[in-house]
Design a protein around this ligand. Structure first.
Ligand SMILES: C[S@@+](CC[C@H](N)C(=O)[O-])C[C@H]1O[C@@H](n2cnc3c(N)ncnc32)[C@H](O)[C@@H]1O
Length: 259
């Protein structure tokens, strides 16, 4: 792996994915609604598209996208995940590499038309390191190139924790993120780190994520929930303080790189 800085969260989740790679081999290969939308959005352009699939995992998206694109590169920082994809897709094995999203220096500037970081893979990156990932994705995309990624939604946590039946789990969440339940404090929250089984996951404020995309060099186009419904995050500078009951567990963001 070509990363020079290994933060604890990254190390933990990479170990987890290395250990569970065999399970990911057998996961349902079905595309998510946002990924099906992506197929439609770029209809007619696919034979020209050079794609980078970050956090390729067990290759859920590989069969479809490697078949329709001009070129397809898949990367993951888990070498075991990469091995699974190489075994599953021997014809494109040379396009699968063990690379960390924080350092894409093995790819040239503007060398992709499309970058996908699916299934909240970015939420395994420490919050303070996310800008570095966006910087790298922006660098390798050409001007107007498209980025589709998804990330866990902070504003789903309050209703989720309130609905949680297990008192033990409820208390654990509360202990981990007390500010979420203090109305005055939570409006300043940018994110929360939640332990989900063996790994920790970052949940970000979707309104903030939407606004930040512009400062990171991207124009946000559309936000979509897990079912493929539009999520309205375009509330100007304020974010919407009232919306702490979003139903969308995670949000997919379509955006384009501005150069
Ligand atoms: C939830 S899995 C999703 C796998 C696949 N993209 C899918 O949609 O089924 C997240 C993947 O992202 C990878 N990942 C997380 N952080 C990464 C990073 N900094 N660089 C590269 N891969 C990363 C993990 O190893 C894991 O394979």
């Amino acid at each position: 792996v070509n990363s020079s800085v290994d933060q604890a969260m990254g190390v933990e989740s990479r170990r987890y994915y290395d250990a569970s790679a065999e399970r990911w081999r057998h996961r349902d290969p079905v595309l998510l609604p946002a990924e099906v939308m992506l197929l439609h959005k770029l209809k007619g352009q696919w034979p020209q598209i050079r794609m980078l699939d970050i956090g390729v995992g067990g290759g859920r998206t590989t069969a479809v996208f490697s078949a329709v694109t001009k070129s397809y590169e898949g990367i993951d920082y888990s070498s075991e995940m990469c091995n699974v994809v190489k075994e599953r897709f021997p014809d494109i094995a040379s396009s699968i590499q063990c690379v960390d999203a924080r350092d894409l220096s093995c790819f040239e500037d503007s060398s992709f038309d499309l970058v996908l970081f699916a299934y909240n893979g970015i939420d395994h990156v420490e919050y303070h390191e996310r800008p570095q990932v966006f910087k790298e994705m922006h660098r390798v995309l050409r001007d107007q190139g498209m980025l589709l990624f998804s990330t866990h939604c902070l504003r789903v946590l309050v209703p989720r924790i309130c609905r949680e039946i297990s008192l033990r789990k409820r208390l654990r969440y509360l202990r981990q993120n007390p500010d979420l339940f203090l109305k005055k404090r939570r409006k300043d929250l940018t994110h929360a780190v939640v332990r989900e089984g063996p790994v920790r996951v970052v949940y970000v404020d979707p309104f903030l994520q939407w606004r930040q995309l512009s400062t990171l060099g991207f124009e946000p186009l559309q936000a979509i929930d897990r079912r493929g419904n539009r999520v309205d995050l375009d509330t100007g500078d304020s974010g919407d303080d009232r919306k702490w009951d979003l139903r969308s567990w995670w949000v997919h963001y379509f955006c384009v790189a501005k150069k």
